[in-house]
Design a protein around this ligand. Structure first.
Ligand SMILES: CC(C)(COP(=O)(O)OP(=O)(O)OC[C@H]1O[C@@H](n2cnc3c(N)ncnc32)[C@H](O)[C@@H]1OP(=O)(O)O)[C@@H](O)C(=O)NCCC(=O)NCCS
Length: 194
């Protein structure tokens, strides 16, 4: 499987995935998350699982928070977010301080069916209500046409371009930093399909 999903301007819409729910991940999800990472990267699932298990064990302000999207067919995708205090801690590439989406992958067989939308929707509400923030950052490679389109479709605003953000360089040498303003209390974060 290639690293990025193939862009299709005329792909049409598939039906939403039945029974799709998003929830914070628990340690028992580590193997399923790792198998999605392994499928995407073409790497060994066991190595990925060790890393994911370590993420569950790590506590503290910069610790990763993981979320999973679950359908009738099992875990269809996951995302990872974390707070990065770029004012207090040096990073290789300049980036604003705040909460970042640090990985979102949907299993190949379930793509194009609203899983990323559902994950971002849940994440936005969680950040607002639990983490008390009103802004989410995300970035992707300039080569990842589907991710660029997805960020625009979900209401993210492109705020800068660079060879990398935080400690993440882009293989092609260029990427885009996005920002999503999370609506205040009394508003619904509506990331459902128009
Ligand atoms: C990018 C990715 C996460 C999207 O997940 P998904 O569940 O398929 O996305 P959704 O079905 O929720 O679609 C959200 C929007 O993305 C865009 N999109 C998704 N797949 C697309 C495709 N193949 N071609 C063009 N646009 C696409 C559309 O704008 C879509 O909104 P729409 O359905 O209203 O048209 C998925 O393709 C993936 O896991 N890719 C590999 C990992 C990756 O690139 N992650 C992002 C790193 S920042």
């Amino acid at each position: 499987m290639s690293k990025y999903e193939k862009f299709s301007s005329e792909r049409g819409r598939k039906d939403p995935l039945p029974g799709l729910v998003v929830r914070p991940a628990v340690p028992a999800d580590a193997e399923a998350i790792a198998s999605i990472i392994a499928e995407r990267n073409g790497t060994a699932a066991e190595k990925a699982a060790e890393k994911v298990r370590r993420e569950f064990e790590t506590q503290g302000p910069g610790a990763a928070k993981l979320f999973v999207a679950v359908s009738e067919g099992g875990i269809a995708g996951f995302c990872r977010c974390g707070r990065r205090d770029t004012a207090a801690q040096p990073f290789k590439f300049p980036a604003p301080a705040g909460w970042y989406c640090l990985g979102l992958v949907v299993r190949g067989a379930f793509r194009g069916r609203g899983v990323a939308r559902a994950l971002y929707s849940f994440l936005g509400r969680w950040l607002r209500e639990t983490a008390g923030t009103d802004r989410l950052y995300s970035f992707c490679s300039a080569e990842n046409a589907v991710s660029l389109k997805m960020h625009a479709a979900l209401g993210f605003e492109a705020v800068s371009e660079g060879p990398g953000f935080l400690d993440v360089p882009f293989d092609c040498g260029r990427g885009v930093l996005f920002r999503l303003e999370l609506p205040g209390p009394g508003f619904d974060l509506n990331l459902t399909r128009a």
